[in-house]
Write a protein of this length. Structure first.
Length: 351
């Protein structure tokens, strides 16, 4: 009987203990858990911060003229960008049409007035070459003077999308809300184009000075001096231009000239050209624009002049899609070339 009573009493005690609520954690235990959670979150944030931002775009379209019609893929770009430290960042951009690396650089930004960039990137020459990349540009093709004198389809033979390998100092002064009044770029480059080592001992120099007196307006002057190839052929370029881009209005003009040493002792070639652009953002998504664009490959022969008159329509219905329609009349001073009417359509898919 005593054994049974003891067993029942034990079961009763256990049942009461089971019904009692668990003891609440102490303040010290809660603080420890919060600190552990903060440590995990901080570690994850650091990992995410070091991962590159991935973006890119595809540009494809078609072109018609009196003599030809063709579909084309103009650009397929993948861009990786990120920060290694608060003032040290990087960028890598790859082109898959004729595969090549078009950008690959490190940039150190200790002060507004002094930044250092090393690698492969856009030459600091011309407003359009540096400040109007394909996804910001109003037209399908860049102007003739820029293409023929700044490494797109250069007279000297370079096809380098206005880029080169080198090092650059840049900075800005007198900051205002959203812009700086004065900025500069000074770089030293190989002078041979994309992903190519220098073929001679000299280095090319590129410099640009930009003045922004008021928001939206800039006036810039550019200079390039270099020697390309194993024969140290001359490549000198000058440029000056102005741009107003604010609100609905875009007005821009540049003049570019240069001297190019020709191979096999053929002497030197002086070239020049200029363009003027006007555009109006009718709505947030729709913008018509016009451009006058003229270039003389040889300033001593007027027959070398080509003048393009372009009317364009840019429509961007959503953030990730741009639609561009261009009509260009190509006027050739030479009687050996026939004038052309060219209609181009290009779509840009952005991710």
């Amino acid at each position: 009987m005593k054994t049974i009573f003891v067993g029942l009493f034990s079961l009763l005690i256990l049942g009461v203990q089971a019904r009692e609520p668990a003891a609440e954690p102490s303040v010290a235990e809660l603080s420890a858990e919060v600190e552990a959670l903060k440590a995990k979150t901080s570690t994850w944030d650091r990992i995410l911060a070091r991962l590159p931002e991935i973006s890119g775009y595809v540009q494809a379209g078609c072109e018609w003229s009196e003599t030809s019609s063709s579909f084309f893929i103009k650009r397929v770009r993948l861009n990786l960008a990120g920060a290694i430290a608060p003032k040290l960042d990087y960028r890598v951009q790859v082109e898959f049409v004729s595969p090549k690396i078009v950008d690959a650089y490190l940039r150190y930004r200790p002060f507004d007035g002094l930044n250092f960039q090393l690698g492969e990137f856009k030459l600091p020459f011309s407003i359009e070459n540096t400040e109007y990349p394909p996804l910001k540009y109003e037209f399908i093709e860049y102007p003739l003077s820029l293409c023929r004198l700044m490494g797109f389809n250069d007279i000297c033979g370079l096809s380098a999308t206005g880029r080169d390998m080198g090092a650059m100092l840049c900075g800005s002064f007198f900051k205002r809300e959203g812009f700086s009044i004065l900025s500069y770029n000074f770089g030293v480059f190989n002078g041979e184009g994309l992903n190519i080592k220098d073929k001679n001992k000299s280095k090319d120099i590129a410099a640009r000075l930009t003045l922004r007196p008021v928001a939206g307006l800039q006036v810039a002057g550019s200079y390039y001096w270099g020697e390309y190839g194993a024969d140290y052929l001359k490549r000198v370029r000058y440029g000056a231009g102005a741009c107003y881009d604010r609100g609905p209005l875009v007005v821009r003009a540049e003049w570019i000239c240069g001297t190019t040493g020709l191979p096999q002792g053929a002497g030197e070639l002086d070239s020049d050209g200029w363009y003027a652009v006007g555009g109006w953002r009718v709505t947030r998504t729709l913008m018509p624009a016009v451009r006058y664009d003229t270039f003389r490959e040889n300033t001593f022969e007027n027959a070398s002049r080509q003048t393009n008159y372009t009317a364009g329509l840019l429509w961007q219905p959503v953030k990730f899609l741009r639609c561009q329609l261009n009509y260009t009349y190509e006027d050739y001073a030479s009687h050996a070339a026939s004038n052309r009417n060219v209609v181009s359509l290009m779509l840009s898919g952005i991710f």
